[in-house]
Design a protein. Structure first.
Length: 202
């Protein structure tokens, strides 16, 4: 998993509440177990009409096509617990989502996939939404080590992340990475089992 330390990027505004996982990645795009190629389905029903014609969706506007930060409304990621939702966001390039609140399962899945979800009071999210409306000038910096967001005008906002989750993101550790960090101890234990209890190994 790619570490998240400090990100300076364009922030895209999505001032919508209760954006569910079916809106993030509709069910017809769930046929794959790969984490790539999903960006085409990201927000598909907000980006296209019933005939497949492109709509004026924020992430398709030239200023936001390379956005890596999404500023949005409360209860983001509600609905079914599809892991394809963070996969699709990450495949598009989104590394950080800022909102007043998140659905629990989506929130947890973000950390496991290298995306930083930041919870802030509505008033601070509203300020960041105003910054994000600046288009290509909507560049903000998210510093996970300092737990600070710096806006286009230099103002800063503090945020809090659970220390364990912060450690995992800073070091690029998903569940597999956490296990492999103890590889030497695991190898030592298995060697002991082979010597003292070989019948358990088979």
């Amino acid at each position: 998993m790619q570490p998240f330390t400090k990100l300076t990027a364009v922030a895209a505004p999505l001032p919508m509440s209760n954006v569910d996982t079916d809106m993030i990645i509709p069910k017809q795009f769930l046929k794959t177990i790969k984490r790539t190629g999903l960006k085409e389905g990201l927000f598909y029903e907000l980006r296209t009409d019933a005939d497949g014609n492109k709509l004026d969706f924020v992430l398709d506007r030239p200023a936001y096509r390379n956005a890596q930060i999404l500023v949005t409304g409360e209860n983001f990621g509600c609905g079914s617990s599809r892991e394809h939702a963070p996969w699709a966001l990450l495949d598009f390039g989104i590394r950080c989502i800022i909102a007043p609140s998140f659905a629990d399962i989506f929130f947890n899945n973000c950390f496991k996939n290298g995306i930083l979800p930041i919870v802030l009071p509505k008033e601070q999210v509203a300020l960041l939404l105003e910054d994000a409306e600046r288009g290509a000038n909507a560049v903000i910096t998210v510093d996970l080590e300092k737990q600070e967001i710096t806006g286009p005008d230099g103002g800063t906002i503090r945020f809090e992340v659970d220390p364990f989750r912060r450690h995992c993101l800073l070091n690029g550790l998903d569940d597999i990475g956490l296990t492999l960090a103890h590889a030497a101890k695991i190898d030592s234990y298995e060697a002991m089992l082979r010597q003292e209890r070989p019948w358990l190994i088979g």
